[in-house]
Design a protein around this ligand. Structure first.
Ligand code: CP3
Length: 357
């Protein structure tokens, strides 16, 4: 556990300290676009079976690191493990994504929810983290993660993915007290989950507010932002150089960058609908920024990918008065199953090449 970290670029960049080159990792860097993932999945049977088996979760976490010169590993798991541990019954239907057997639609449903016990109901996650740390042996840091209270609530109320978020938006309008009750228990659960992941060995933490961007600005300020801010303020994560950095990623969060920069988080993840130069100027160097290449760039040619990587790096530097410090390179959202692994290698190598100090 205490092997010294050989590559601390990610942690240094999140603290806005100088690095020799910009660190890079990719959301969903482990997954179906890798033939070795598909082979492991075929042998294991199901996604949830893999996520709940620490040895398999560890193997899948390490797969992309064997191919690409990435600066971080991210735990292979899912954001929906938390509502599953709250008793909602997570399952996956091929081609339809995640579903819950039970939903949260009334005050009585919300009353029944409690923060799950991390070392029993979510022990498989903590065991996976301990195993990955030991297998990584200090090569790169391990990122732990959770869904945001709002994004988890979307799945818990809708019962699965949604196109229009009709049920949860109706709840926000007609029964806001119940939604706040649900968001509040989710926030307590996220704080407990991230702090257990940190105790198990996660060296950086990311909250995925994937569906924050479906809210109007006023609704975001009522139903997502205050809970993200509470996590950033209340999550115990050490001090000074030993502080475990927290990244708040949000799709469609461009309207709220100033507020997110003032939340107390160390990093903010942004999507590709905002210029990184603008995001950097508006956040003023108060936080590190992570992002923000359009994932679809991976469908381009190697030459096009290299060009887009350079534009992204330079956009950040332009907003930061010429400095590349405080930037973590990433996509603006996760990878897709039909992406070409060779293109990922081009991207990762281009980040390092063009950002060398
Ligand atoms: O980044 C990583 O490599 C870590 C692994 C990771 C997964 N899910 C693996 C996964 C992470 C960080 C997540 C988070 C997650 N899960 C989010 C937020 C991040 C984001 O992308 O916005 C959300 C919204 C979910 C819910 C979820 N789980 C969805 C929508 C799906 C896809 C369902 C489908 O059939 O396409 C999953 C399943 C899932 N989670 C897969 C993986 C690799 C695919 C499972 C498979 O079929 O093999």
């Amino acid at each position: 556990m205490s092997t010294p970290l050989q590559n601390d670029r990610l942690l240094r960049a999140l603290k806005r300290q100088p690095v020799d080159r910009t660190p890079v990792w990719l959301m969903r860097q482990a997954g179906r676009y890798l033939p070795e993932y598909r082979a492991t999945r075929a042998a294991a049977g199901s996604f949830l079976g893999m996520a709940k088996n620490p040895e398999v979760a560890c193997e899948i976490t390490l797969q992309p690191l064997r191919r690409f010169d990435l600066d971080a590993a991210i735990l292979f798991s899912d954001i929906l493990t938390v509502p599953d541990a709250m008793g909602l019954g997570l399952y996956f239907v091929d081609g339809e994504g995640p579903k819950f057997e039970r939903t949260v639609r009334s005050a009585a449903d919300a009353e029944k929810l409690a923060v799950p016990d991390m070392e029993t109901e979510l022990r498989y996650v903590m065991d996976a983290i301990r195993l990955i740390r030991s297998e990584l042996d200090g090569k790169v840091p391990l990122i732990g993660f959770s869904g945001s209270p709002w994004t988890l609530a979307c799945y818990m109320v809708e019962g699965g993915g949604s196109k229009d978020y009709a049920r949860i938006k109706a709840m926000a309008l007609n029964d806001p007290a119940t939604l706040h009750k649900l968001l509040s228990v989710n926030t307590d659960a996220v704080i407990a989950y991230l702090s257990a992941q940190r105790a198990a060995g996660a060296q950086a933490l990311q909250v995925f507010d994937t569906w924050g961007g479906v809210l109007s600005p006023a609704m975001y300020r009522e139903f997502s932002l205050p809970y993200l801010t509470r996590i950033a303020r209340e999550l115990e994560r050490g001090d000074g150089d030993d502080r475990t950095p927290l990244i708040l990623f949000g799709k469609g969060n461009a309207a709220h960058l100033e507020a997110l920069a003032g939340s107390g988080a160390e990093g903010v993840g942004v999507d590709w609908l905002v210029e990184l130069s603008e995001a950097r100027r508006r956040t003023g160097g108060k936080v590190a920024l992570q992002g923000n290449l359009d994932p679809a760039v991976l469908y381009g040619s190697p030459e096009a990918i290299r060009n887009q990587v350079r534009l992204t790096l330079d956009s950040y530097a332009e907003g930061a008065g010429g400095s590349r410090d405080g930037h973590v390179f990433n996509l603006g959202h996760g990878m897709s199953p039909d992406m070409n692994p060779d293109h990922v290698a081009v991207l990762v190598d281009a980040v390092h090449e063009f950002s060398a100090r």
